[in-house]
Every structure is written in C-alpha cells, then in structure tokens.
Design a protein around this ligand. Structure first.
Ligand code: ADP
Length: 250
C-alpha cells in the first residue's frame, strides 16, 4: 500500500516490494522499544551511524507529513498533538512502504514501532515472511526519569537540535548553541499531552513487550535510566553483537 494513494483506513491486497530482502539473508533488524522519553530517538541515531542502516521513526514520518500539510498529515495532526496514537492501518502502511525502500534491504532500526498488539502482529508477519530475525531492545527507564526528561525538553525551531534544561542545557540560557534561535517546547511536550502519551504507552504499548516475549521473539532488556547515551549505546552494541560487524561501532 502506497503512502501517496493513502485514503481512509481500509484493507488492500499486498503489493510486491520493489526490492525485498532475500529470505534467509542476514539483516540488521533492530526494534527499539521504550516509553516516550526513554531515549529511542537518540539511540536510533547512534545505531544508524554504526550499522549504516536507516532509522525508521514513525513519529518523524508522521511529523514530516504534518509539516508538508498533505492529506495524511492533516488527518493525523490532531491525534499527534493530543498525544493519542494514530491508527494501526496508517502506521503499518507507512512502515511497510519505508522498509521496502532499497536502503533498508540490509537492515533498519525501528524507532516507535510497533506500539500496539496489532502493529506487533503485523510486523512479526512481515519479518517472518522474509526470514528476517529481529532483535528487540527494551530501553527500561524509571518513570520519574521519564517525566524529568520530557518536561525539561526544549528544541530549536530552526535546526531541530534537542536540549534538556537539566541534563543538557544550551550554553546561553534558552538559545540554540548552533544558530542562536530561541528554544521552544515541542507541541507534544506540553504537560497535558505528556500525560496522554504516557497513558497511551501504559495502556496500548507496554503489553506489546509481553506479547513479543511470549511469541518467542528475541527481547533484550537494557537499563537506560541513569547512564549517559554513549554508555547505553555500548550496552545495546553488546546485546546486538554489532561490534563484530562495523568498525564504526568500536
Ligand atoms: P515519543 O516516543 O516520545 O512519544 P514519537 O515521535 O515516537 O515520540 O511519537 C510521537 C507521536 O506520533 C505519538 O504520540 C503518536 O501520536 C504518533 N505515533 C508514533 N509512532 C506511532 C505508532 N507506531 N502508532 C501510532 N501512533 C504513533
């Protein structure tokens, strides 16, 4: 199903991928799982630099459509801004189309997907039909740490750089280090939206972890509460054994 011909959610016959990964061939398929504020985006960027595979972030893809102001963007904007999840049909289609692109044939880092049981089921079928063995990394973070991270987050509206008023403040109060722009609070980092995002996580996303474990998928727990990003990254590298695969990892 293509993004361009996206319409109201409905089922469609699957279309063949332009360049599907060869079944049974080793693919670096990493699923980063964790609550909002667990550091999925940060770790995804470190991993993509190391493994030379794309980061597939459903949140970023959805925000991109909103930014473009296209039909899909207009349809999902309200849910994103309220902190609620977007429908499974929409994100499944986005992910499928992205994973079928040639740069994902050697692997990918999924960031923010799957987030519901239906999405997890969809992904497992997609992976199994291609003989791809994934590793799910659960970034486990203490609830209070998550709250502090999310409420303290500030972003440069011009270049997108993220800061945290406690753990990663800008050099000059509230101004971006790179371009001097005044930092802002992202729409979905407002307090009432944070509450809704965390509730959605507890209600719809946390059960996915148990589902994946019961389904016999490879799930690795990584404590990501207190360590700085590079230390968490090392733990992930060890868990995925990616040190053996790329010199950039070392
Ligand atoms: P965070 O993980 O910090 O909440 P994301 O950028 O991953 O931030 O997601 C932002 C928003 O995008 C979510 O609150 C939700 O509205 C939407 N979204 C992202 N991924 C999914 C998904 N897999 N299923 C449904 N909605 C999603």
């Amino acid at each position: 199903m293509g993004i361009r011909d996206w319409g109201p959610p409905r089922f469609r016959a699957p279309t063949p991928d332009p360049q599907p990964p060869t079944p049974g061939v080793f693919v670096n398929a990493i699923v980063l799982f964790g609550s909002p504020g667990s550091g999925k985006g940060t770790q995804a960027k470190l991993l993509t630099g190391c493994l030379h595979v794309p980061q597939v972030s459903t949140g970023d893809m959805l925000r991109e459509h909103i930014g473009r102001g296209n039909e899909l963007g207009r349809a999902v904007a309200e849910r994103l801004h309220s902190g609620a999840l977007v429908s499974d049909e929409v994100v499944d289609a986005l992910v499928e189309e992205r994973l079928a692109m040639p740069d994902a044939a050697r692997g990918f880092v999924l960031d923010g997907y799957p987030r519901t049981l239906a999405q997890a089921d969809h992904l497992c079928r997609w992976l199994d039909s291609r003989g791809i063995r994934e590793v799910v990394i659960h970034l486990a973070v203490d609830y209070n740490v998550v709250i502090a991270r999310l409420t303290g987050r500030r972003q440069c509206p011009r270049c997108g750089t993220l800061y945290n008023i406690v753990s990663k403040p800008p050099r000059v109060d509230m101004l971006c280090d790179l371009d001097g722009e005044k930092l802002v609070i992202r729409d979905d980092d407002r307090e009432e939206v944070i509450r809704e995002r965390l509730e959605a996580y507890e209600r719809q996303t946390r059960p996915v972890l148990e589902y994946l474990k019961l389904a016999g998928r490879r799930v690795v727990e990584v404590d990501a509460s207190n360590d700085p990003p590079d230390v968490v990254f090392r733990k992930i590298c060890q868990a995925t054994e990616c040190d053996d695969r790329s010199e950039d990892c070392r």
